[in-house]
Design a protein around this ligand. Structure first.
Ligand SMILES: [Zn+2]
Length: 96
């Protein structure tokens, strides 16, 4: 049985020979100044308490997630213009 590929945005079937695009999103957690910077003992105990209450999977998902999906050309063009959605302006890291 042949494997069929579909655009993740519009659902269009990506026929043999058509150009499609692979989007890879890596989402990582960061804390400005570091997680322990400027925190007192009570704050640290609260952080450790929150960590103890979560499963390893929950903790991993909070700090790192990776998504990958396929797009057709028209959806690729829209995605490049509005990667965060139609209503959200986009400013890549390091640019203002
Ligand atoms: Zn599409």
């Amino acid at each position: 049985m042949p494997l069929h590929l579909f655009c993740a945005r519009c659902g269009r079937r990506l026929e043999r020979g058509i150009t499609y695009y692979i989007v890879t999103v890596t989402l990582t957690a960061e804390v400005e100044g570091g997680i322990f910077q400027g925190r007192g003992e009570g704050d640290l105990e609260a952080i450790f308490s929150q960590v103890r209450e979560k499963s390893a999977q929950e903790l991993e998902e909070e700090v790192y997630q990776r998504f990958q999906f396929l797009l057709c050309k028209p959806c690729r063009d829209v995605f490049v213009k509005y990667p965060l959605g139609d209503e959200v302006s986009f400013s890549p890291v390091g640019q203002t």
